[in-house]
Design a protein around this ligand. Structure first.
Ligand code: ZN
Length: 130
């Protein structure tokens, strides 16, 4: 492993962008296999070669700048996905009701049986199955 360490010493290595390229490559390959599109298996080589090129590149500054640019666009997408996932999870954990008096949306935990719910806004109470 010593030679490999020495070999990689002044090279970029795998960063976020290279990892993303690798994932894109794998996805293209799998989609190609799944649908029998031979072309996609060849297309998958493009991001794979780019991934290797970047990881083995000695121009660290340029690769770093590319990675920063990638992250600038990637992070908003990533946080949007995380938020959607959290919303999805919350939807499964909670049940939502609307207060009949004031229209306030109320969130209660699921699977608690029949419970009395008090609207925090107008103090109206009602019984619901969760
Ligand atoms: Zn209310």
């Amino acid at each position: 492993m010593e030679w490999f360490k020495k070999f990689m010493e002044d090279r970029t290595g795998v960063d976020h962008l290279s990892l993303a390229l690798l994932i894109v490559s794998i996805l293209l390959f799998l989609v190609g296999k799944l649908f029998g599109w031979e072309f996609f298996a060849w297309l998958a080589l493009v991001p794979l070669v780019l991934c290797y090129y970047r990881a083995l590149s000695k121009n660290k500054l340029k690769r770093h700048q590319e990675n920063i640019l990638f992250l600038k666009y990637w992070y908003p997408i990533q946080s949007k996905w995380i938020n959607q996932y959290r919303a999805f999870k919350a939807k499964r954990q909670y049940k939502y009701f609307k207060c009949k008096e004031c229209g306030q949306q109320l969130r209660v935990p699921r699977k608690k049986g029949k419970i009395e719910i008090t609207c925090p806004k107008c103090r109206h109470t009602f019984i619901k199955k969760t």
